[in-house]
Ligand binder design. Sequence first.
Ligand code: GLC
Length: 440
Amino acid sequence: MYRFQRDEYEKRMRWYQDARFGMFIHWGLYAIPARGEWVRSTEQMPEEDYMPFFHQFNPVDFDPKAWARMAKEAGMKYAVLTAKHHDGFCLFDSQLTDFKSTNTPCGRDIVREFLDAVRAEGLKAGLYFSLLDWHHPDYPHYGDQHHPMRNHPECSNENRDFNRYLDYLHGQVRELCTNYGKLDILWFDFSYGDGPEAMRGEKWRATELVTMVRELQPGIIIDNRLEVSGEGFGSLWEGDPKPYHGDFVSPEQIIPPNGLLDKNGKDLVWEACVTMNGNWGYCETDRFFKPASMLIKKLVECVSKGGNLLLNVGPDAKGNIPMASQEILAGIGRWMAKNGESIYGCGKAGMEKPDTGRITRKDNTLYYHLFENTIGAVPLQGLCRDQVKSIRWVASGAEAHIAKGWVYDNYPDVVFADLGPDPVLPDPVDTVLKVELASL
Ligand code: GLC
């Protein structure tokens, strides 16, 4: 049986903490109604109203190589696709169900093509897998917190065999861990409820599940949602890791204000998962996209607090990532191409957040992310002069100097970087300075 071992854990997390930035992809039948991935539940849609989408699913433009290229060009180092979401529709050729992409007009094993494309671009490959399954007859219906038929007494549960459902769940996870090559991340979603009926932990037979996963996929990274959801942290945070502990905490649609430490004040690995608009799955009328300029700063914020950003795209029914998302990815990619070294392998600086923006750190190097202009030279808050070995503009590699002159002599405890006469920063979103520290 799998047991937590700190040294093994820290070894398997290293690439993930260096990567810092990944793509989340929510895609499935729900892209056709185009009202988000929870449409069956939010609209309490009976199965018979959802099945037409199964018979229509034919994403003629699906091109996983294009998706993988966009992720890479955006500076992302890993990508996670929904292999199965709560609606129970499988984007892979499962032998345990007919409710799968290979049985639709699409006729393709989407997961296999996605994993091949992502690996070909040199990215790490992850799959999201829903613990909930609103299609499966043995999953609780009436009275469940989320099931589309939760308010229908005629959908009572007395003839449902939850253990048979768990055999199905475990069987599909075994298929994914056996038939699709090396998986780097398994992103379960999600646990819920309280008390004896809570759908958490051993209710999923989680120890058995994780032991199987880790035997089949040594080194795989698993999220914390066998224990919690976006709400809650999990047993690693408790400082008492269960066999099915999450390897990282998964704050959702939020960046933890002060980063995340465990109960004993030890750094925790965490990843904020965030949508570009307001939906994970494609939503035709949701055009409220976060601009690239904002998301660049949010990525910097995550890294400056010791975390990762998993940024979501929701492809449409034809298999296209929305143009708005593509433009945002391209904008982030242009910044990352110049400044990625201030993100990859970086983390908390252990210093106060400066007025001008944020600081990320890698060993003896600090990256000052300048979000706003200053009057005159830029104060490198938190440093004293003899700590500074060199200053460089990250984007160009050009040398910058410490500012001298009577204006700055008033503040001998502060180091100012002289960025020249232009009062406006060259990169209006985030101009990055690299400060090599003198080894004291
Ligand atoms: C929430 C949403 C789910 C989505 C997940 C991503 O659990 O309900 O649809 O897949 O967040 O983190």
